[in-house]
Every structure is written in structure tokens, then in C-alpha cells.
Design a protein around this ligand. Structure first.
Ligand code: THG
Length: 378
């Protein structure tokens, strides 16, 4: 019988629903070892090197990350500001054109819908650079229901992150000295192949870096190759958001640390919320109530003993010293810098204070001793 060649028995079964990015062919050439799926799009998860080697490299050189999964939801039109403001507890009143804001989006119960980076092009033109949930549908539903005059779409825009201490030197070589003038969480326009492209100083990492919002799928390979070749002298390597770096930095991942069952007050994102401010937003009543009553659980760091832990694919139970169930770990990794396992998770009041002794139920192990930590891990 003829062998069917195009069905892979292990791993992801690719189809058109799992969208490729303009950089997928390039990461395949670099020997990508696996993908995750975010926003129905492929996210490289590993290359030849270990996550620990990647972590040290990210902290000492520069990496190129295909983060095309960070899809944009474009909101344009006379009511664009009104709609975006109505979607978030964060006040956008003082937001300037050319700046980026990290904003929680909430539903009517105060639960998180997403935690995008918002880019302001003008008063009537915004991009939401989203984490893993269908914000396009939520925004369209709201706009239709509220009869707002906006056009909402997913533009042909694909972020490519350049992260690491040598990122500035590399991008100065490619795009010129103007790169140095970019302030953190601000963006500007840069020329590439006769097109104008947006570059921001930002990224899903605690090291410094940039994100190029490539507009035009067809330019993907050209842009990758240009940076790849210029990067040789900086020891550039292919990479992806690094779990050790992300957990150490306390950067949250929507779908892991938070879902629509968690409010921004419970995720440590209160500094991005003006719950009692003058602007109206979806979930305001619920969040005002929660703020006045006080939260009973919150996302915290945990540090725990034992050999390097396996990946946290399902919540691991957390117990108090006396054996009470007090929460769950939702992301965890061994930190080679702290020489301990570290994780992020939801912990109930009053067990959430820095230094509180806890026990972590890592699958297949005796309970590991640990303690609660402030974020970011120091
Ligand atoms: N970049 C872009 N889009 C994104 C992400 C990104 N979309 C999905 C996901 N990441 C959204 N989540 C985050 C989480 C944290 C940060 C950015 C996006 C972040 N936070 C900084 C911090 O916590 O130190 C500062 C935020 C601020 O001061 O406003 O960078 O990475 N394009």
C-alpha cells in the first residue's frame, strides 16, 4: 500500500487553520524544534540549544524571535478612542501618539479578556497587539452593539522581536542612528525596502530590545535575512520568548497565569487600572466592588526546592505548611541564576506574603518545600 507522506503521527498536524507567519520558513531553516499555537498562529518554542543556554545567550548577546503570533487588532474611525477606552480599566487620556501602553482588557465581571500592548497611531487609529484570545470578535461585537463608528480588522502586520543587550547596536547598523532615540514603550517609523515600518522599544523579556511590526507578509524573508546577516558579528541566534527570563521578570502569560476567571486586581496589574477614575469601561462596577471589598487571591512568585522541575502543563497544587490548599502554580522552571525552581501562581489570602513557607505538589514527587516571593524575582 502506498504510504501517506503528508500526515505526521507525532507533534502538531499542520493545516491552514494553524497560520504560518512571514518568518516561519526562516525559523524552519534555523532548525526550529517545535511550535506552540497562539492566536491560531505558530510560535517557535525551541531551537537546537537548551532553554538554559538560550537564557544566558539572551542575557549576553542578541536574539531574533518570530513573535508573529502577537496579532494586531486595528481599530480605526471617529469612535476608535471611545471604543478602546471602554475596553480597558487603564485611563488613556494622557496617551500620546507614538507610545505603547500595556493594558488589561476586562469583561462585565471584571475578568480578563486579554492583556495586549496598545499602540496609538492617532486619536482615531489604534492597534491592540494581543495575547492569546479572540479580541477581534470581542471588539467587533462591542462596536456593533454600541453602534460605534469604527472599522475593526486584523492588518497584515507581523511582529519580529530583536532582544538582548546587543539589540541596539544591531538595529543601528540596519536602520540607522535614529534607533537610539527610541524611548522604552515608544515607536517610530523606519525605512525598509522602500516601505515605512514601525519599530518599538519593547518586548516580552526583561532584557532590552525592540519589536519590528512588519507590515506586508511578503517582506518577511527579506527582513529576516537582512537582520540575520547583520547579526553575525553580534553572535545573533534564533530564539523565542524564554521561560526562565519570563518567570524571573514576572511577566504574565494570558491563558496560563490568568483567564477570564481572574481580574486585573488579582494579577498584580492594579497599577494599570484606574478603577475609581472618571472614565467608564466594561467591568467597572465589578472591579470597584472588588477593590472596596478587597481581593482574596493574587498572582505571586514561588521559589521551591528539588531537582529542576518539569514543564507545568497543568496547575500544580500549593499547600500551606499545615497542609491547607492555598492555590496553584501555573508556570514553573529551574532558574540557573537563583539555582532554585521558580514559578508563578495564584495564592490565597493570607498566605501570599513574601517569605511565607509553602509546599508545591510537582507531579510524581513528594511535596517540595518552598516559599512565596515578590515579583519580579530578585
Ligand atoms: N509585545 C507585543 N505584543 C504582545 C506582547 C509583547 N502581546 C501579547 C503579550 N506580549 C502581552 N503581554 C505583555 C506582558 C508584559 C509586557 C508586555 C506584554 C511588558 N510589561 C512591562 C513590565 O511588566 O515590566 C512594562 C509594561 C508597562 O510599563 O506599560 O512589557 O511582548 N507587541
Amino acid at each position: 500500500m502506498k504510504k501517506i507522506e503528508n500526515i505526521k503521527q507525532n507533534g502538531l498536524n499542520f493545516s491552514r487553520r494553524l497560520r504560518r507567519t512571514p518568518f516561519t520558513s526562516s525559523v524552519e531553516k534555523c532548525g526550529v524544534k517545535g511550535f506552540s499555537v497562539v492566536n491560531h498562529t505558530l510560535l517557535p518554542k525551541a531551537f537546537e540549544t537548551s532553554i538554559e543556554e538560550d537564557y544566558w545567550h539572551l542575557n549576553s548577546a542578541v536574539q531574533i524571535w518570530d513573535v508573529g503570533v502577537q496579532r494586531q487588532v486595528e481599530i480605526k474611525g471617529p469612535d476608535a478612542f471611545k471604543l478602546v477606552q471602554f475596553m480597558t480599566p487603564r485611563s488613556l487620556k494622557n496617551m500620546k501618539k507614538g507610545s505603547c501602553y500595556y493594558i488589561p482588557l476586562t469583561d462585565e465581571t471584571g475578568g480578563m479578556i486579554n492583556d495586549p500592548v496598545l499602540l496609538k497611531h492617532s486619536d482615531n487609529h489604534f492597534w491592540l497587539s494581543i495575547a492569546d484570545s479572540d479580541v477581534l470578535l470581542w471588539a467587533k461585537g462591542l462596536a456593533i452593539g454600541l453602534k460605534f463608528r469604527v472599522m475593526i480588522s486584523e492588518p497584515d502586520v507581523w511582529p519580529l522581536a530583536i532582544q538582548g543587550p546587543l539589540a541596539t547596536s544591531l538595529l543601528v547598523d540596519v536602520f540607522g542612528k535614529k534607533i537610539k532615540e527610541l524611548k522604552y514603550f515608544h515607536f517610530s517609523h523606519f525605512e525598509f525596502e522602500g516601505t515605512s515600518q514601525i519599530i518599538a522599544r519593547s518586548g516580552y523579556s526583561k532584557v532590552s530590545g525592540f519589536e519590528i511590526y512588519l507590515e506586508g507578509f511578503e517582506y518577511g524573508e527579506k527582513l529576516w535575512d537582512l537582520i540575520w546577516n547583520a547579526g553575525k558579528k553580534y553572535n545573533l541566534s534564533p530564539g523565542c520568548p524564554n521561560l526562565i527570563d519570563r518567570i524571573e521578570a514576572g511577566l504574565l502569560s494570558f491563558g496560563n497565569e490568568m483567564t477570564n476567571q481572574t481580574t486585573p486586581l488579582e494579577t498584580g496589574l492594579e497599577k494599570y487600572c484606574q478603577v475609581n477614575g472618571s472614565h467608564d469601561f466594561i467591568g467597572k462596577e465589578a472591579l470597584k466592588r472588588q477593590k472596596s471589598e478587597g481581593i482574596t487571591k493574587c498572582i505571586r512568585g514561588v521559589i521551591f526546592d528539588g531537582p529542576p522541575c518539569p514543564p507545568c502543563a497543568e496547575p500544580w497544587h500549593l499547600y500551606s505548611k499545615s497542609g491547607i490548599k492555598i492555590g496553584n502554580v501555573t508556570s514553573a522552571v529551574f532558574s540557573p541564576r537563583l539555582k532554585k525552581n521558580i514559578g508563578l501562581g495564584v495564592i490565597k489570602k493570607p498566605f501570599w506574603n513574601d517569605g511565607t513557607s509553602i509546599k508545591v505538589a510537582v507531579p510524581g514527587r513528594i511535596l517540595n518545600n518552598g516559599k512565596v516571593s515578590n515579583l519580579p524575582f530578585s
